[in-house]
Design a protein around this ligand. Structure first.
Ligand code: ZN
Length: 149
Protein backbone atom coordinates (compact mmCIF):
# COMPACT_ATOMS: atom_id res chain seq x y z
CA UNK A 1 0.00 0.00 0.00
CA UNK A 2 2.82 2.40 0.78
CA UNK A 3 4.51 1.66 -2.52
CA UNK A 4 1.27 2.45 -4.32
CA UNK A 5 1.03 5.71 -2.38
CA UNK A 6 4.51 6.62 -3.52
CA UNK A 7 3.58 5.93 -7.15
CA UNK A 8 0.42 8.02 -6.87
CA UNK A 9 2.40 10.90 -5.52
CA UNK A 10 5.00 10.67 -8.26
CA UNK A 11 2.44 10.72 -11.08
CA UNK A 12 0.60 13.63 -9.46
CA UNK A 13 3.82 15.60 -8.90
CA UNK A 14 4.95 14.97 -12.46
CA UNK A 15 1.73 16.49 -13.83
CA UNK A 16 1.95 19.36 -11.35
CA UNK A 17 5.53 20.21 -12.32
CA UNK A 18 5.09 19.68 -16.07
CA UNK A 19 1.41 20.29 -16.73
CA UNK A 20 0.11 19.12 -20.12
CA UNK A 21 -2.06 21.45 -22.21
CA UNK A 22 -1.24 24.36 -19.95
CA UNK A 23 -1.86 27.93 -21.07
CA UNK A 24 -4.49 30.16 -22.60
CA UNK A 25 -6.13 30.10 -26.00
CA UNK A 26 -6.82 33.04 -28.31
CA UNK A 27 -10.19 32.05 -29.74
CA UNK A 28 -11.71 29.10 -27.91
CA UNK A 29 -15.15 27.83 -28.89
CA UNK A 30 -15.88 27.39 -25.21
CA UNK A 31 -14.33 29.06 -22.19
CA UNK A 32 -15.46 27.78 -18.84
CA UNK A 33 -14.43 28.77 -15.31
CA UNK A 34 -14.31 26.61 -12.26
CA UNK A 35 -13.69 27.32 -8.60
CA UNK A 36 -13.18 25.32 -5.47
CA UNK A 37 -13.59 27.88 -2.69
CA UNK A 38 -12.80 25.31 0.00
CA UNK A 39 -9.19 25.24 -1.13
CA UNK A 40 -8.92 28.38 -3.27
CA UNK A 41 -8.40 26.48 -6.52
CA UNK A 42 -9.29 28.33 -9.71
CA UNK A 43 -9.43 27.07 -13.24
CA UNK A 44 -9.95 28.41 -16.74
CA UNK A 45 -10.69 25.83 -19.38
CA UNK A 46 -10.35 26.60 -23.09
CA UNK A 47 -11.73 24.29 -25.75
CA UNK A 48 -12.07 24.11 -29.49
CA UNK A 49 -14.18 21.51 -31.22
CA UNK A 50 -14.08 20.15 -34.71
CA UNK A 51 -16.45 17.58 -36.15
CA UNK A 52 -17.84 16.72 -32.69
CA UNK A 53 -14.35 16.14 -31.30
CA UNK A 54 -12.20 18.07 -28.84
CA UNK A 55 -9.66 19.43 -31.31
CA UNK A 56 -7.74 21.46 -28.74
CA UNK A 57 -7.84 22.00 -25.01
CA UNK A 58 -5.89 24.18 -22.63
CA UNK A 59 -6.17 25.12 -18.99
CA UNK A 60 -4.85 27.86 -16.82
CA UNK A 61 -5.37 28.65 -13.19
CA UNK A 62 -3.92 28.43 -9.78
CA UNK A 63 -4.36 26.23 -6.80
CA UNK A 64 -3.02 23.23 -4.99
CA UNK A 65 -0.94 20.51 -6.62
CA UNK A 66 -3.88 18.10 -6.75
CA UNK A 67 -6.20 20.51 -8.56
CA UNK A 68 -3.52 21.47 -11.08
CA UNK A 69 -2.26 17.93 -11.66
CA UNK A 70 -5.83 16.71 -12.04
CA UNK A 71 -6.51 19.41 -14.65
CA UNK A 72 -3.41 18.34 -16.57
CA UNK A 73 -4.57 14.72 -16.53
CA UNK A 74 -8.13 15.64 -17.49
CA UNK A 75 -7.02 17.70 -20.51
CA UNK A 76 -4.77 14.88 -21.63
CA UNK A 77 -7.62 12.39 -21.26
CA UNK A 78 -10.15 14.39 -23.32
CA UNK A 79 -7.90 15.78 -26.09
CA UNK A 80 -8.94 14.43 -29.48
CA UNK A 81 -11.95 12.56 -28.08
CA UNK A 82 -15.54 12.74 -29.28
CA UNK A 83 -18.19 14.27 -27.04
CA UNK A 84 -19.58 10.81 -26.33
CA UNK A 85 -16.12 9.55 -25.34
CA UNK A 86 -15.58 12.60 -23.16
CA UNK A 87 -18.87 12.01 -21.38
CA UNK A 88 -17.87 8.41 -20.69
CA UNK A 89 -14.46 9.49 -19.36
CA UNK A 90 -16.07 12.09 -17.09
CA UNK A 91 -18.60 9.57 -15.80
CA UNK A 92 -15.88 6.98 -15.19
CA UNK A 93 -13.77 9.45 -13.26
CA UNK A 94 -16.65 10.59 -11.08
CA UNK A 95 -17.61 6.96 -10.61
CA UNK A 96 -14.13 6.23 -9.31
CA UNK A 97 -13.88 9.29 -7.07
CA UNK A 98 -17.45 9.40 -5.74
CA UNK A 99 -19.16 6.05 -6.22
CA UNK A 100 -16.26 3.72 -5.51
CA UNK A 101 -15.96 2.29 -9.01
CA UNK A 102 -12.68 0.31 -9.02
CA UNK A 103 -9.94 2.10 -10.97
CA UNK A 104 -9.04 -1.04 -12.89
CA UNK A 105 -12.44 -0.83 -14.59
CA UNK A 106 -11.30 2.40 -16.22
CA UNK A 107 -9.80 2.30 -19.70
CA UNK A 108 -6.04 1.90 -20.09
CA UNK A 109 -5.45 5.34 -21.52
CA UNK A 110 -6.64 6.71 -18.18
CA UNK A 111 -3.67 5.19 -16.35
CA UNK A 112 -2.37 8.53 -15.04
CA UNK A 113 -5.87 9.53 -14.02
CA UNK A 114 -6.14 6.42 -11.87
CA UNK A 115 -3.44 7.80 -9.61
CA UNK A 116 -6.02 10.29 -8.34
CA UNK A 117 -7.85 7.44 -6.67
CA UNK A 118 -5.25 7.83 -3.89
CA UNK A 119 -6.75 11.25 -3.14
CA UNK A 120 -9.92 9.56 -1.85
CA UNK A 121 -8.12 8.89 1.40
CA UNK A 122 -8.18 12.64 1.99
CA UNK A 123 -11.86 13.55 1.66
CA UNK A 124 -11.16 17.27 1.94
CA UNK A 125 -9.12 17.07 -1.27
CA UNK A 126 -11.64 15.22 -3.43
CA UNK A 127 -13.14 18.55 -4.53
CA UNK A 128 -9.65 19.63 -5.64
CA UNK A 129 -9.38 16.54 -7.83
CA UNK A 130 -12.92 16.98 -9.20
CA UNK A 131 -12.67 20.67 -10.08
CA UNK A 132 -11.36 20.37 -13.64
CA UNK A 133 -13.66 17.42 -14.39
CA UNK A 134 -16.75 19.30 -13.24
CA UNK A 135 -15.61 22.31 -15.25
CA UNK A 136 -15.24 20.09 -18.32
CA UNK A 137 -18.74 18.75 -17.75
CA UNK A 138 -20.12 22.30 -17.79
CA UNK A 139 -18.08 23.09 -20.90
CA UNK A 140 -19.53 20.07 -22.71
CA UNK A 141 -23.05 21.16 -21.74
CA UNK A 142 -22.34 24.63 -23.14
CA UNK A 143 -20.99 23.15 -26.34
CA UNK A 144 -24.01 20.90 -26.80
CA UNK A 145 -26.36 23.84 -26.31
CA UNK A 146 -24.38 25.80 -28.87
CA UNK A 147 -24.44 22.89 -31.29
CA UNK A 148 -28.18 22.40 -30.92
CA UNK A 149 -28.89 26.10 -31.46
ZN1 ZN B 1 -7.08 22.22 -3.85
Amino acid sequence: MEIADELYREVILDHYRSPRHHGKMEKPDILEWGKNPLCGDELELYLTFNDGKVSDVKFDGKGCSISQASASMMTEAVAGKTIEEVQKILADFKGMMIDGKPSDELSEDLDDVKSLEGVKKYPARIKCALLSWNTMLEAVKKYEKKRAA
